[in-house]
Ligand binder design. Structure first.
Ligand SMILES: [Zn+2]
Length: 240
């Protein structure tokens, strides 16, 4: 993989000492990490259930979002399966206060995508927003951390408040496919149409399942800014 060298480079003395005093453990298998490893061990990294991305074929993420006429391209990094130990990555990212893993993986994925020309023509990054209160409770928006990993590689600016998410008391997780689509309607609001007009934006989400949340966000943006072009990156894709 293209990101290997950057992501598993030889650590400096300070990092090796730090790891000796305060060891870290692989988020997937739980093994103690070597100082040259970050977040997950090299064995789990190489065994990750990757999707792969080719510019000339329709991948599973693009298939999910196929109904969106404004979609230019989309890609996901790995397959999410709740029975797999790799699901721990998303739990760490979203619920266990380790958003750094999102930034790290996004950096690796972005380097791979950049080599394939994925970011050509894209103007800016729009992380999928959380509601105000959810972000306060969690302490961060995990999609922002993924966005920062992409920004570090591409230099693309992040638009923070162009789209906001409204309060919805029903969670998407645990709902059936049709309930998710119904529940996702009207979740978003465009707060700064001027920042989006005429642009090609890159929406970033942590995991795509049915695509209902992403489609709801894209539909809301298109209804206000019809000339928008949209590409999408998610770290994981579920249900394939
Ligand atoms: Zn491992």
């Amino acid at each position: 993989m293209d990101g290997n060298k950057e992501s598993f480079r030889r650590p400096g003395l300070v990092r090796r000492l730090f790891e000796f005093v305060l060891p870290h453990y692989c988020m997937v298998c739980g093994r103690r990490l070597d100082p040259s490893e970050q977040q997950i061990c090299i064995t789990c990294y190489l065994g990750m259930p990757r999707i792969g991305y080719e510019m000339d074929s329709i991948n599973p993420t693009e298939r999910i979002l196929l109904a969106e006429k404004s979609l230019v391209r989309a890609a996901s990094m790995f397959i999410y399966d709740k029975e797999s130990d790799y699901s721990n990555i998303l739990f760490h990212l979203k619920y266990w206060r380790h958003p750094k893993v999102g930034r790290w993986l996004a950096g690796i994925f972005a380097r791979e995508l950049q080599a394939k020309g994925f970011f050509e023509g894209i103007d800016c990054i729009v992380p999928l927003p959380l509601t105000y209160w959810k972000e306060i409770r969690r302490g961060y928006n995990q999609c922002m951390h993924i966005a920062k990993g992409v920004r570090k590689v591409t230099g693309l600016p992040i638009l923070r408040n162009a789209v906001i998410r409204k309060v919805n008391r029903t969670k998407q997780a645990g709902l059936g496919k049709y309930q998710r689509w119904h529940n996702a309607q009207g979740l978003f609001e465009v707060a700064d149409a001027g920042a989006l007009r005429g642009r090609h934006i890159l929406i970033i989400d942590d995991v795509v399942t049915t695509g209902s949340t992403l489609c709801s966000m894209i539909d809301t943006i298109v209804s206000v800014v019809p000339d928008i072009r949209v590409s999408v990156i998610t770290l994981a894709i579920a249900g394939i």
